[in-house]
Design a protein around this ligand. Structure first.
Ligand SMILES: [Zn+2]
Length: 458
């Protein structure tokens, strides 16, 4: 008994010392975090939408979508087009100016761990040592970096993003929570058979009598299809169907040639009843992929041309339980996640077929179950651009030791390695990774996921 008492006393003391040590280490760590005491704010739009500089925000007068506009490019006398519904007469003159987002810089992190690809970092501007800048690392020491077809290649291999990286960089192209009040406009999500019905928050499919099967054909599903609009201010073009393009409503800069983007992401909340299957169909411009999910069985598969090419498992969903479903095409991968947990990831090579992007890249299919789908969000991946007037961009030679390539997410306006006289950024200019204050927020319509230049508030 005496030994047991002594043991519990030692454990208690050890616990107290551990807590004190953890508190001291946390205190030391916070001391090196820049922006924790003195606010550091983003002052340009070159990392939008991940990080916003000073911007205007208005609610679209037709759909209510929170439209964000880079203050540096805005002319308050010019009407603003809603990137969600295409309404072209939004008035910016009364809009309030929002300051750039507050961020933290972890100045101790790179002493513990090397910088990694797709990490958002702050550094000292090479040509202006008194300014801090934030961009995303895309090239590491020893690597040769190239931008081709909107994608990033490292040593001639496609650099593929993870789910977290895609969520952070994705640009929202349509948020179904915000529907235009104009009754004469066509729906963005359409049921060709009429068996999906529209509700206030989403779409409903009341089920069917199809027998349960683990390998259905595509034609057995009942489909609800997304139609992308051009959202152009030109008369008659507002609802014109178009592939998803790399335009970005945050920018009001000079016009440029837009590029079709086939890397798209679907995010929605789902409730199902029944033993059947829910499918998400995605078209990459050359071929169609399906992610089929059996919520009651906790199983998912990736299907191409009727063949299963990958499978994943997840916690079975109870009847009527709501879950977050995410499916994406990104960097020649099919990705799926349930409740933000990665479910399946299938990488592939380009099919030998001509590229024909479509205005209907995404569809939801139901078979043998009742489904309620709510808050459907469609987003696209970042489309990397070469410098203006050039078809592609690459480093002349591999990066030296301790040098990096950095890009801004907002490619049309970012000043980064693509345009610098010396594209490589030396390691000793890096200060540390950047975090949003009070933390990274999930991607949601109009809002953002995580630069531009930073400044310290006086
Ligand atoms: Zn709108």
């Amino acid at each position: 008994m005496c030994a047991a008492w002594l043991q519990s006393r030692v454990v208690r003391r050890l616990g107290a010392w551990s807590a004190l040590l953890a508190a001291v280490l946390l205190g030391v760590r916070l001391l090196v975090v820049q922006g924790f005491v003195r606010p550091v704010r983003v002052v340009s739009g070159s990392m939008a939408p991940a990080l916003l500089g000073p911007h205007f925000q208005i609610a679209c007068r037709d759909c209510g979508y929170p439209v964000l506009i880079d203050a540096a490019q805005a002319d308050k006398d010019e009407p603003v087009v809603c990137s969600n519904c295409g309404y072209a007469k939004n008035d910016l003159s009364q809009a309030a100016l929002h300051t750039g987002e507050r961020v933290l810089i972890d100045r101790g992190a790179f002493g513990l761990r090397r910088p990694r690809r797709f990490q958002t970092v702050a550094f000292i501007e090479p040509h202006e040592p008194r300014r801090l800048v934030v961009k995303r690392i895309v090239g590491l020491p020893g690597e040769r970096v190239e931008i081709r077809g909107g994608d990033l290649f490292v040593n001639d291999r496609l650099a593929r993003k993870s789910w977290e990286e895609l969520r952070e960089m994705a640009v929202v192209v349509h948020d179904d929570r915000f529907r235009p009040g104009n009754a004469g406009l066509p729906s963005r999500w359409r049921s060709e058979s009429g068996r999906w019905t529209e509700s206030a928050a989403g779409y409903h499919y009341s089920g069917d009598l199809q027998p349960f099967t683990t390998a259905p054909t595509r034609s057995q599903f009942t489909w609800l299809t997304y139609h992308h609009w051009r959202c152009s201010p030109l008369p008659g073009l507002r609802t014109k169907e178009s592939p998803v393009l790399d335009d970005y409503g945050y920018n009001l800069g000079p016009s440029r040639t837009l590029n079709p983007v086939t890397d798209v992401l679907l995010q929605c909340h789902v409730q199902t009843e029944g033993e059947g299957c829910l499918a998400v169909s995605l078209h990459d411009g050359r071929q169609t992929w399906e992610v089929r999910v059996w919520p009651q069985r906790g199983r998912a598969v990736v299907v191409r041309a009727g063949e299963e090419v990958a499978a994943g498992a997840f916690a079975r969903q109870d009847q009527g339980e709501s879950f977050l479903l995410e499916v994406a095409l990104c960097d020649r991968q099919v990705l799926a996640a349930i409740n933000e947990r990665p479910l399946v990831r299938h990488a592939y090579e380009v099919a030998p077929a001509p590229r024909r992007p479509t205005s209907t890249p995404i569809a939801l299919g139901a078979l043998g179950l009742a489904v309620e789908v709510r808050e459907i969000l469609v987003a696209r991946d970042v489309f990397h651009l070469p410098p203006p007037g050039r078809g592609k961009w690459s480093l002349d030679q591999p990066l030296d030791d301790a040098h990096y390539v950095v890009l801004g997410d907002n490619a049309p306006i970012a000043q980064d390695s693509r345009v610098w006289a010396t594209p490589a950024l030396p390691r000793n200019a890096l200060l540390g990774p950047v975090f949003r204050w009070p933390g990274v927020q999930p991607m949601r319509g109009g809002s953002v996921l995580v630069g531009g230049k930073l400044q310290i508030e006086q």
